[in-house]
Ligand binder design. Structure first.
Ligand code: SAM
Length: 207
């Protein structure tokens, strides 16, 4: 599979060197994602994809709620191995892949991306990601994008990111995506600093 080598090496090294509790994006409770997913009353066998899942507790929480069709994708095999050891369940399929070079996936009902899309800093990669979302998301499916906000940090894990307001996310996704919810978030990192995030939920309504 086509994966950008440098990007993969960066993230594999992060997960090899740091524990889950040490990374700046660590969240004890995967909110508002979990509440928003729950509010949609999806079928328990709906296909939920966590793009750039890392070692997030979102998948553990989804398993606890009885979801049976979950995909966990990350560019870092190291992260997937750690997550697998904790979560091990036939309900979760793990795939090491690059968000900017995704293969075809089984049709997705809910596409979750917390702090992953914002690492795609050039237009070609951003457009490739958008094509993958449109190709793989079912009509009437959902996409949640959580990124650093315009008054948030400019870098994460030593890498440049792109900041987004909800309006910026809407203009990236285009008119086939209807905004359902948005929330500004003050994320407190394990070292106590506060990072401004913007989180928005859209529904895919292709014409
Ligand atoms: C800031 S962390 C967020 C992890 C997780 N989503 C969370 O909220 O805890 C970014 C994650 O995206 C992954 N990642 C970065 N670039 C990626 C890419 N191009 N394709 C897939 N995963 C990527 C990293 O390995 C890392 O796990």
């Amino acid at each position: 599979m086509n994966i950008r080598k440098e990007t993969k090496e960066h993230w594999d090294a992060v997960y090899a060197e740091k524990s889950w509790e040490q990374v700046s994006w660590h969240q004890k409770s995967p909110e508002p994602s979990l509440t928003w997913i729950h509010s949609l009353a999806l079928a328990k066998d709906a296909h939920i994809l966590d793009m750039g899942c890392g070692e997030s507790y979102l998948i553990d929480a989804l398993l606890q709620k009885g979801y049976t069709h979950i995909s966990a994708i990350d560019i870092a095999q190291e992260a997937l191995e750690k997550a697998k050891r904790r979560q091990a369940s036939p309900a979760v399929k793990y795939l090491c892949a690059d968000a900017a070079r995704l293969p075809n996936l089984a049709p997705v009902d809910f596409w979750h991306d917390r702090a992953v899309f914002h690492f795609l800093t050039n237009e070609k990669d951003q457009q490739a990601y958008l094509s993958s979302i449109k190709q793989n998301l079912r009509p009437h499916g959902y996409v949640l994008l959580a990124t650093f906000a315009p008054d948030g940090p400019l870098k994460c894990s030593g890498l440049e990111i792109c900041q987004y307001s909800t309006q910026g996310l809407q203009s990236f996704l285009g008119s086939e995506f209807a905004l359902l919810k948005e929330q500004r978030i003050d994320h407190t990192t394990p070292t106590g600093s506060v990072q401004k995030f913007n989180c928005a939920l859209f529904q895919f309504l292709p014409k």
